[in-house]
Design a protein around this ligand. Structure first.
Ligand SMILES: *Cc1c(COP(=O)(O)O)cnc(C)c1O
Length: 218
């Protein structure tokens, strides 16, 4: 099924849209199957799962961290595996990534996670604080800000997600227009299985898809 699902999804997407296969709870074998079907980027929420899948799949895919990134995640092996961290939401964590990446001679591309739904329990920075955080992080030499990511609140009806995608896009364009040094606003990562069509209409060029690729999670 994974092969068919990936084929269907890739066929319907416009050029220039990158698919991140959200792999949480999936086995390394399932992740490999998705890659063999044409997926180029794997999104991981958990370091342990990422390591296991990486053992099998390795450099056949790019690896994005999309979960809640915490200080204890900033370990050498983790920083070596990941090609991008999509969920940076504080200067503290950015500094830690920067410091560790300097030690291994890597410049880590990151996205800033926006808490577009302003949900207290959710990770991400509030919309009004994004620009300031980007400015602060832009001074760190081993990190490169490459765009924004948002989840938005979960809704049954994907239309309800639209205002949150619109808001995140607005912030993205504003920061892009500032042309800050060492900031390259290239990726706008938003939209999941039930909302990616709306996200694409609102300017997403990176979507994170789990269920539609791998099937329902147990
Ligand atoms: C699980 C997850 C997704 C994908 O969710 P689906 O609804 O299964 O497509 C996207 N982004 C993040 C951060 C996730 O944790």
């Amino acid at each position: 099924m994974i092969k068919e699902n990936v084929g269907e999804l890739l066929a319907e997407l416009p050029d220039g849209v990158e698919v991140v296969a959200a792999a949480k709870t999936r086995t390394p074998e399932e992740v490999l199957e998705a890659v063999q079907a044409g997926i180029k980027i794997i999104g991981e929420n958990y370091v342990k799962e990422a390591k296991e899948a990486y053992e099998l799949v390795g450099k056949r895919a790019k690896w994005h961290f999309i979960g809640t990134f915490q200080k204890h995640n900033v370990r050498r092996k983790v920083l070596e595996i990941f090609d991008m961290i999509e969920s940076v939401d504080s200067l503290e964590i950015a500094r830690e990534i920067d410091r560790r990446c300097a030690q291994i001679g890597k410049i880590m591309p990151i996205l800033i996670e926006v808490n577009s739904g302003r949900e207290p329990q959710k990770s991400g920075v509030l919309p009004e604080d994004v620009e300031q955080l980007v400015r602060e992080i832009s001074g760190l030499r081993n990190i490169k800000v490459m765009g924004l990511m948002t989840m938005g609140p979960r809704f049954g009806n994907p239309e309800d997600s639209r205002p949150y995608f619109v808001e995140t896009r607005r912030i993205f364009e504003k920061i892009k227009g500032l042309e800050l040094p060492d900031v390259e606003m290239r990726y706008l990562s938003m939209g999941m299985t039930n909302s990616y069509k709306v996200a694409l209409e609102e300017g997403a060029n990176m979507i994170r898809i789990g269920t539609k690729i791998f099937g329902e999670r147990d």
